[in-house]
Design a protein. Structure first.
Length: 183
């Protein structure tokens, strides 16, 4: 009834995403992005869905959004997430560097973007730089103390750095968040 409704397309995309139908989700989210070209919500959800499937047109949409909106932190995050997935598939160092650049720009534009800090930490882990990764995980936790993945990854880096007490404390926080999630 309302094919030109960005909100309905977004809702449809979220419904498909929740059902694990990622290709269909990307299709609806791409339509939402087309209908509202400046809205980052569908762009970020496309990037999230791309972690589970590959749609080359969606990758190019994320790149284009980032280029058209260079001061948009969430757009930078979304494109970085796309590059991170591409790196995990092909292990091209240039792709990893591109993802790092996008996440760094996202954090510079919005220091309170816990997701971008988390992803940047993961890149530093990939580069075998646990001290730098730990700083990013701590930044993510400062913004969102309930981000279980950041606690887990920070604990792993503390282990790598030989800080067993700090690692145990972070694993404890991770376990508590996993077993007693808060809304």
């Amino acid at each position: 009834l309302y094919p030109r409704s960005e909100r309905l397309q977004m809702g449809l995309g979220l419904s498909f995403f929740g059902a694990g139908k990622y290709r269909e989700a990307i299709g609806a989210l791409r339509e939402a992005a087309r209908l509202a070209p400046g809205d980052t919500a569908p762009v970020v959800m496309i990037a999230e869905a791309l972690q589970f499937t590959q749609v080359s047109a969606a990758d190019s949409l994320l790149k284009r959004f980032s280029e058209l909106h260079p001061e948009n932190a969430r757009g930078r995050y979304a494109y970085g997430l796309s590059l991170w997935r591409a790196y995990r598939l092909n292990h091209n160092p240039e792709t990893l560097a591109g993802a790092q650049t996008e996440f760094e720009k996202a954090v510079a534009l919005d220091p309170n973007d816990a997701d971008a800090h988390l992803q940047l930490g993961m890149i530093y882990d990939e580069k075998k730089a646990p001290e730098r990764a730990a700083r990013e995980y701590l930044a993510a936790i400062r913004v969102n103390s309930k981000l279980a993945t950041a606690h887990y990854r920070l604990a792993r880096d503390y282990e790598r750095m030989g800080e067993k007490g700090k690692a145990a404390a972070e694993f404890g926080k991770y376990d508590k968040l996993r077993t007693h999630p808060t809304p």
